[in-house]
Design a protein around this ligand. Structure first.
Ligand SMILES: Nc1nc2c(ncn2[C@@H]2O[C@H](COP(=O)(O)OP(=O)(O)OP(=O)(O)O)[C@@H](O)[C@H]2O)c(=O)[nH]1
Length: 361
């Protein structure tokens, strides 16, 4: 089994944009032998600090209004009212906002907190506890190839995320086969090929990334071929990039289900991961997407993109509250995307996210 860990060295990637913040320490892939339990992810101190700074900067738009609430000197009803408004503005949703406020009042009482700064610390605890069940690393390699199917609405960041994941896998020496299952849009196939090239661009990752695509035709057939090719070529992972679609486009959702079934026919147990990529900017809409895609496919994980510069980072709290009642248990957020470059993908960690969320001022 292998799971995604932080890398010790930065990935040689695209040239950074002129005004972009310092690069994150990206997640990396390690390969602890099965069946030993996968050790807890280890963080190298220096890269962690820069990553946190980056996440904080990214979530500043969300955090500033929440952090603002704690600049006063008193803990009174006004503080709670302002906090309620700030959480709703951050798209935490009515349910999660109510949950957090009730939890916070309990904590304030128990801790006998007397100043707003202490309340802010308690809110970080409350958010961390709510988000904790979403924190679980993506583990691959129990079977070879591990087949991942990636879905989401148009423009959510599927292809970009696949490019980032592929780079991390290839950097770890794992062979990856990409299935371009958007057979109708030539640009989508080309985009995936560009990411595949970039992901395999470093000398040590050369030839580790291949792509199966087909002009027009049946996306399920492309996926079937990709799994068979992945098996024949000894790939560690096969990743199917599906075309963007809205959950209301029922025929396209049926197509997605067919892809899922076909992957299962190509290999027992496949797809081993069904990932939904959601755009963090879409706020409450992202929750509706998670619910709808989950009902259709039974999701095994989420990737939340574009958390750099969003005012709606609170939606993770709404997803966490929903996940509590999910019959199959909470669906983990494996990664968060905080930029457009290959290294801008991080493993989701509840406490860090909660802290970053409240750091904005
Ligand atoms: N700022 C930012 N932009 C991102 C992130 N992830 C993806 N993007 C950008 O979002 C846009 C859409 O990304 P794609 O990867 O093409 O999205 P997609 O879901 O594959 O799109 P379709 O195939 O059209 O459905 C691109 O401009 C990406 O660069 C992120 O974490 N942060």
């Amino acid at each position: 089994m292998f799971s995604f860990f932080r890398k010790k060295t930065p990935v040689p990637a695209d040239p950074p944009a002129a005004a972009s913040p310092p690069p994150l320490s990206p997640p990396a892939v390690a390969a602890p032998p099965s069946p030993a339990p996968v050790p807890a992810p280890v963080a190298a101190p220096a890269p962690r600090a820069s990553w946190l700074a980056r996440l904080s900067a990214g979530l500043k738009k969300t955090g500033s209004s929440i952090a603002q609430v704690f600049t006063g000197t008193q803990i009174d009803e006004t503080l709670y009212e302002e906090l309620e408004a700030a959480l709703l503005m951050a798209d935490a949703g009515v349910g999660a906002t109510r949950h957090l406020l009730e939890d916070l009042r309990r904590r304030v009482k128990a801790a006998k907190a007397t100043d707003p700064a202490a309340v802010k610390g308690l809110l970080i605890e409350a958010i961390t506890e709510l988000l904790q069940p979403l924190e679980r690393p993506l583990q691959l390699g129990a079977v070879e190839p591990t087949v991942l199917m990636v879905a989401g609405v148009n423009g959510a960041g599927k292809t970009t995320t696949i490019g980032k994941l592929t780079r991390h896998l290839a950097d770890g020496g794992h062979k990856v086969l990409l299935a371009a299952a958007d057979t109708f849009r030539a640009a989508a196939r080309e985009q995936l090929a560009v990411w595949a090239d970039r992901a395999g661009a470093a000398p040590q990752t050369d030839k580790l990334v291949e792509i199966v695509s087909q002009e027009s035709g049946d996306p399920a057939a492309v996926c079937f071929d990709a799994v068979k090719a992945g098996q024949a070529r000894g790939c560690a992972a096969v990743i199917a990039d599906t075309a963007g679609r809205l959950p209301t486009q029922l025929h396209l959702m049926e197509e997605l289900k067919k892809i899922q079934r076909t992957l299962g026919k190509a290999m027992d147990g496949a797809p081993h991961e069904v990932l939904l990529v959601i755009d963090g900017n879409t706020g409450q809409n992202a929750l509706s997407q998670v619910q709808a895609f989950d009902a259709a496919l039974g999701l095994t994980g989420l990737v939340v993109t574009k958390l750099d510069g969003t005012a709606k980072g609170g939606v993770l709290a709404a997803i966490a509250l929903w996940a509590r009642q999910r019959a199959a248990g909470p669906v983990p957020v494996y990664f968060i995307g905080v930029g457009e470059k290959l290294e801008d993908l991080e493993r989701f960690q509840a406490r860090e996210f909660a802290e970053a969320l409240l750091q904005g001022r």
